[in-house]
Structures are given as C-alpha cells and as structure tokens.
Design a binder for this molecule. Structure first.
Ligand SMILES: [Fe+2]
Length: 147
C-alpha cells in the first residue's frame, strides 16, 4: 500500500535496533566509588548525548553531590535509596530536571536502578569539582571493559 506521504527515513544508514542482554554484561566499577558502585552501560547516543545505564550501589555507599546538565529519569529495580527526604524502593520512578543541583544520594540497602540521562552529571564536594560523567565517559568505560 502506498501512503499519501513519504515517511521513509532519510538517514536510514545510521538506524539499527540496540538489543542488550544486560544479564550478560559485566558490572563496571564507578570511578567515584569503585569498591561499592557499579554500572552497566546499556546505550549511549552520540547525536544527543543521552545515555541509558543500569546502576548498582552497595549498602552505605553515597553518590556525591552533583548538578544535572540534562534531565534524568530513574526507575528503581531493587533495594532502598535515600534521595533527599524520600526513600525509593523497587517500582518507584524519579525525575530530576535539567540544571538541578542536589546533595548526595545514599544506598540504604544494595540497590539496582535504571537511569536515562539527557546529559552529563557534574560531581563536586565542598571545595572542588570531582569531575563529570557524560555519554563519552560512559562510552569509554564500556569500551574499556568489553575489550
Ligand atoms: Fe541526581
């Protein structure tokens, strides 16, 4: 059947599905707490700077204060996570806006959660910038651990 309008993609050569069997990926130590925080990079999008990543944090570990340079969607899969005045458990969803600055998040139990990031995260403490993590860092970490 011919449609009345051409909807074929112009850039079809760069389109392909990305199917990831996450259970087969290794947990990659997180640069800010490599003993207690880990990730599996599911997807990075060079065109948009977006990232999909699974995060695993062990009880007591804390993600440093940070600023989001893009929006963030979080879906809890396991455990309990202290986020400001709230506690996230499996099944909970959290949205963090582009530009948002907030304090540390702490694992009250071993956690796993899915994060969809619209841009990098800039980490800091009272005195210094600790670094940032965007799609390029996720990509490099993934490449380093799949070689
Ligand atoms: Fe955050």
């Amino acid at each position: 059947m011919a449609l009345s309008q051409d909807i074929s993609p112009v850039n079809s050569d760069v389109m392909s599905d990305v199917l990831v069997h996450a259970d087969k990926l290794e947990w990659i130590p997180n640069r800010f707490d490599p003993e207690r925080q880990f990730m599996k990079v599911l997807w990075t999008g060079p065109e948009t700077g977006r990232t999909a990543v699974l995060i695993r944090t062990l009880t007591g570990s804390a993600t440093p204060p940070h600023k989001h340079l893009g929006d963030a969607h979080v879906f809890m899969l396991k455990g309990r996570l202290q986020v400001r005045d709230s506690e996230l458990v499996a099944g909970d969803y959290l949205y963090e806006a582009n530009g948002m600055i907030h304090g540390e998040t702490k694992a009250l139990e071993d956690t796993e959660y899915l994060m969809i990031l619209g841009g990098p995260i800039l980490f800091f403490d009272e005195n210094n910038f600790l670094g940032y993590q965007g799609w390029e860092e996720f990509h490099r970490d993934q490449q380093a651990h799949s070689a």
